[in-house]
Design a protein around this ligand. Structure first.
Ligand SMILES: *Cc1c(COP(=O)(O)O)cnc(C)c1O
Length: 375
C-alpha cells in the first residue's frame, strides 16, 4: 500500500489549544530551513528573546523558548529551581496544579498542597496559612490561568504573599500569555512558563520561559546538579545566551521558531494591551450569545478567563454527540471537560488568532443549530 501525503481538514479551533494558526504564521514556518548556528538564525533568536521580553513585560535576560511544549517549560522551571529536600507550596485548583506536584516530587522536593475547588480561583488566605505553617518552604507554584476550568487567579497577590515569606515563585502562564494581563517584572514573578499554541497562536511545540535574577541566583547556588540534562539552564544558556560564544546544545526547531517569531511580531504590531482588550471583548460577545442559548458559565464573573470559557452542558444534552456534530458538520472544535468535569462542561477557547467576532458568531450559530436538533 502506498501512503500519500497527509492533508488535514481545515478546522476552526475553539478549544483549549492549539488555537488557529494564521496564514502569516504558516507561511513563516514554510520558509527555507537554515542552520541553527547560521548568523541569520542567531539574529532571529535574539529578536525572539526581545519579543518575548515584551510579551512577558520583563527585562529578564534569561528569557527564551524551550524547544518543546508547555509541559517542558513547566519541567524546566521545577528541574532547575527544586533541589532534593526543598519544601514547595503548590496551589491546586484544577488539572495543571497536580502536574506541578508531580514535578516537585520527581525532583526530590516535598509538595505542600493548597487545594481549592475546581472552578474557583486560588484562595490567598489559604496560601498565607500554608506559608505560616511551613516556614521552611522555599518556593510557591501556581497556575495563573487554569485551562481545565477557565479560572484566573490573582497572580500579583499570590506572588506578593510568597515573597513576604521568603519564597520564590513559579507561575504557569501557558494559557494567559498574550490573552490576559501579565506583568512579570512589576509583579515580581521569579520563574514563568508558557506555550506557543494558546494565545500566541503559533503551532504547538515551544515553551516561552523567563527567570529573574533571584531565580538565576538560586540555580547558581544549587548544591546538586540539575537532574535533567536537556533542561539544565546552565547548559541551555550557552546556547540562547551571549551570541558571541554560542555553543551547540541541541538542534533548535528552526522552522517552529520562525513561526513563533512571526506570531510575536503580530502581537507587537497589534500591541499587547490591544490584544488583551480584544480577548476580553470577544469573551463578552460569546457570553451574550451563550446566554441567548440558556448556557451558563461555571466560574464567577470576576474570575473568568476571557480566552477559555467553561460552560455547563445543558440538561439532557449528549456531550460527545454535540462536539462530534460541531466537528463533523461545522469543522469546529470546542473542548471537553477534564477530570471530574468530563461530560459536564464544554471549554470554548477564544485564543489568539481564533479570538475574533466572526468565530464567536460562528460558534454560537453552530451550537444553536446542533442543540435545536438534539432537543
Ligand atoms: C496547555 C497547558 C499546559 C501544557 O502545555 P502543553 O503545550 O500541552 O504541554 C500547561 N498548563 C496549562 C495551564 C495549560 O493550559
Amino acid at each position: 500500500m502506498t501512503i500519500s501525503s497527509f492533508k488535514p481538514p481545515r478546522r476552526t479551533l475553539m478549544g483549549p489549544g492549539p488555537s488557529d494558526v494564521s496564514q502569516r504564521v504558516s507561511e513563516a514556518m514554510a520558509r527555507p530551513t537554515i542552520g541553527h548556528l547560521d548568523p541569520y538564525f542567531i539574529g532571529m533568536m535574539d529578536e525572539i528573546k526581545s519579543l518575548l521580553q515584551y510579551a512577558f513585560q520583563t527585562e529578564n535576560e534569561l528569557t527564551f523558548a524551550v524547544s518543546a511544549p508547555g509541559s517542558a517549560g513547566m519541567e524546566c522551571c521545577f528541574a532547575n529551581l527544586v533541589e532534593p529536600g526543598d519544601t514547595v507550596i503548590v496551589c491546586q485548583n484544577g488539572v495543571f496544579g497536580s502536574r506541578m506536584k508531580e514535578n516537585v516530587e520527581r525532583f526530590g522536593g516535598l509538595a505542600i498542597m493548597v487545594q481549592d475547588d475546581w472552578g474557583r480561583a486560588v484562595d490567598e488566605s489559604k496560601l498565607e496559612a500554608a506559608l505560616k505553617a511551613n516556614p521552611e518552604a522555599v518556593l510557591v507554584a501556581f497556575v495563573h490561568a487554569e485551562t481545565s476550568t477557565g479560572v484566573q487567579s490573582d497572580a500579583e497577590k499570590l506572588v506578593r504573599l510568597a515573597h513576604d515569606h521568603n519564597c520564590l515563585t513559579i507561575v504557569d502562564a501557558v494559557t494567559s500569555l498574550a490573552g490576559t494581563p501579565i506583568y512579570v517584572d512589576e509583579w515580581g514573578i521569579d520563574a514563568i512558563y508558557s506555550g506557543s499554541q494558546k494565545c500566541l497562536s503559533a503551532p504547538p511545540g515551544l515553551s516561552p520561559v523567563s527567570f529573574n535574577d533571584r531565580a538565576a541566583e538560586k540555580i547558581k547556588q544549587r548544591k546538586t546538579r540539575v537532574k535533567s540534562w536537556f533542561l539544565d539552564l546552565n547548559l541551555i544558556m550557552g546556547y540562547w545566551g551571549d551570541n558571541a560564544k554560542r555553543t551547540y546544545h541541541h538542534t533548535a526547531p528552526v522552522n517552529s521558531l520562525y513561526a513563533l517569531h512571526e506570531a510575536l511580531v503580530m502581537v507587537q504590531e497589534e500591541g499587547l494591551e490591544n490584544c488583551w482588550i480584544r480577548h476580553e471583548n470577544n469573551h463578552l460577545r460569546l457570553k451574550e450569545g451563550l446566554s441567548s442559548l440558556g448556557i451558563t458559565f461555571i466560574v464567577d464573573e470576576q474570575h473568568r478567563l476571557p480566552q477559555l470559557n467553561a460552560v455547563t452542558i445543558p440538561e439532557g444534552v449528549s456531550d460527545s454527540l454535540v462536539r462530534g456534530q460541531l466537528l463533523n458538520q461545522f469543522n469546529l472544535e470546542i473542548g471537553a471537560g477534564l477530570g471530574h468535569l468530563a461530560g459536564k462542561v464544554w471549554r470554548i477557547g477564544l485564543m489568539g488568532h481564533a479570538s475574533n467576532a466572526k468565530n464567536v458568531d460562528y460558534c454560537i450559530n453552530a451550537l444553536a443549530s446542533v442543540l435545536k436538533k438534539a432537543a
